[in-house]
Structure formats: structure tokens, C-alpha cells
Design a protein around this ligand. Structure first.
Ligand SMILES: Nc1ncnc2c1ncn2[C@@H]1O[C@H](COP(=O)(O)OP(=O)(O)OP(=O)(O)O)[C@@H](O)[C@H]1O
Length: 257
């Protein structure tokens, strides 16, 4: 790390490509401890690829990523285990194991990363499920038996299973109706505050930016063109940002935000 322990994610000069196709070039990003960062950008600008690169699912083609003090290029198995214990990820579709119940899904990181007795693991999993607002009747349901909103909540409970300090969310409100999305935003905001989480959240949802993000990073032209507060972004004259905030959807979100 460059020495600043309050920077939990540090990306420098990132190059990402698939074959000849360059997705990121010279991309820099810092995320400070305790920050709730929204990551926005047009479709295909590489938001998910960035998330996957930061957490080590994709290797950078150039540049560096430091995550929770670890240089990802040199991370050992023990470092990766440390990172996995300290981060939670909610993938776009919830990524729950379809053959497991909600309780078993939420328990799975505890089974993998701890030596705790089964009964205690189930108790902790039940607590996490309650924390995200699901009732005990959900414990024995399989993912296919859940609504979209319940699936997101179950995915969030699993992401919180190991008491992470850093949470990655890929489009957490996508596919939810506006009321469900607002409730989910509220849940993320209060969990982040109460648990002191740092959050990296990819979203298309302007309402979420207004409701919960301290800062927003905009991906365009293959890199982060600006990282700023929403009100600073409203004043940006970058064409994509201007359209995003001042187009019809932007105006609607400002009215309700
Ligand atoms: N495994 C892969 N192989 C080849 N190309 C890929 C792969 N993964 C992603 N891409 C390409 O990289 C680009 C960025 O994808 P990514 O999913 O990160 O976009 P995004 O910004 O998250 O988009 P959206 O908002 O639509 O979800 C896309 O053009 C995609 O086709």
C-alpha cells in the first residue's frame, strides 16, 4: 500500500482488456474507509469488470490494485483468505446456491472460513437473516422459492455473514420495484452506518445515488473521469454525466432525492 491505512481500495493505472479490446486504460480509483461509493457509467463501460478485478477474480493486464493493504499482484493464499474474510460481495443475481436453503446459503461462508460449531453457525446465520429483514419462515426456502427482493436480501445476509468491513454490491436494486428498491437502499444505508462498512456499489439507479452514496465514481472513456459528490456531479459538463443527471431520469431522481 502507499502507506495510507484509511484507503481500503487503491487502483493505479489499471489496464483491462479482453483480447484486443481495451476496457480500462490508466484507471485510478481510491476508496476511503467508511465511504459509500456509487460506481456509475454507461452499459459496457466495465463496472463489473472493475469490481471483479479489485476482488481478484480477474487479473489486471497492467497497473496495480491494493485491497485492504494487500498488493493483489503478490497476494498469497493466506492474503486471499484474509481478504475473503474481510469482504462481502453481493453479485448481480444474488449468486445463491440453488440447491441450498436460505439458512444454508447464509451459513456457507462461516462453514468455509471458521471452525465454529454447527449450532453457533446456524445461530449467526439466523441473526444475519433477521438483520436484512427476512423472517424465520425464509430459513428453509430455496432461492427459487424467493421473490427478487427476498433473494437480494438473502444475498446481502450471506455477504454480511463474516462481519466484513468492506461490501461490494453489483446493482443491488436492479429488478426491484421502486418501493422495494427504496427499502433496499434504506437497508444498505443503515447497515453501512451501524456496522461502519465501506461500500463499493455499482448502480444504474439514480435514486440510490441520492439516497445513500457519499461519493460517486463515473466510468467513461475507459477510466474514472471523476469521483465526487452527487451535487458536484450535477454541475459537471462532461457530456455523459450531464445527460445522466439532467436527462428525464436524473430530474425525476432529484425531485425525490
Ligand atoms: N469474460 C469476458 N470476456 C470477454 N469480454 C468480456 C468479459 N467480461 C466482460 N466483457 C466485456 O467487457 C465489457 C465491460 O463489461 P462489464 O460487464 O464490466 O460492463 P458493465 O459496465 O458492468 O455493464 P452493465 O452496466 O451493462 O452491466 C463489455 O463489453 C463486456 O462484453
Amino acid at each position: 500500500m502507499t502507506g495510507d491505512k484509511d484507503t481500503v481500495i487503491e487502483v493505479r493505472g489499471l489496464l483491462s482488456q479482453f483480447g484486443e479490446r481495451v476496457i480500462h486504460e490508466d484507471l485510478d480509483l481510491d476508496v476511503a474507509r467508511g465511504e459509500i461509493l456509487g460506481v456509475v457509467g454507461g452499459s459496457g463501460t466495465g463496472k463489473t469488470v472493475l469490481l471483479n478485478t479489485i476482488i481478484g477474480l480477474k487479473e489486471p493486464d497492467g497497473g496495480s490494485v491494493h485491497l485492504l493493504g494487500h498488493d493483489m499482484a503478490e497476494a498469497t493464499k493466506a492474503d486471499m483468505a484474509d481478504i475473503e474474510r474481510r469482504t462481502g460481495v453481493l453479485f448481480q443475481q444474488g449468486a445463491l446456491f440453488s440447491s441450498l436453503t436460505v439458512l444454508q446459503n447464509v451459513a456457507s461462508p462461516l462453514v468455509e472460513h471458521t471452525e465454529l460449531p454447527r449450532s453457533l453457525i446456524e445461530e449467526i446465520a439466523a441473526m444475519k437473516i433477521a438483520l436484512v429483514g427476512l423472517g424465520p419462515e425464509s430459513h428453509h426456502l430455496k432461492p427459487a422459492e424467493l421473490s427478487g427482493g427476498m433473494r437480494k436480501r438473502a444475498g446481502l445476509a450471506r455477504a454480511l455473514a463474516l462481519d466484513p468491513e468492506l461490501l461490494f454490491l453489483d446493482e443491488p436494486t436492479a429488478g426491484l420495484d421502486p418501493i422495494g428498491a427504496a427499502a433496499f437502499d434504506e437497508l444498505i444505508r443503515s447497515l453501512a452506518n451501524d456496522l461502519g462498512l465501506t461500500v463499493f456499489m455499482i448502480t444504474h439507479d439514480l435514486d440510490s445515488l441520492y439516497a445513500i452514496c457519499d461519493k460517486v465514481a463515473v466510468l467513461a472513456d475507459k477510466h474514472v473521469v471523476i469521483k465526487a459528490t452527487v451535487s458536484e456531479l450535477e454541475r459537471s459538463d462532461h457530456p455523459w454525466i450531464h445527460e445522466y443527471f439532467h436527462g428525464p431520469r436524473g430530474r425525476a431522481a432529484q425531485r425525490t432525492g
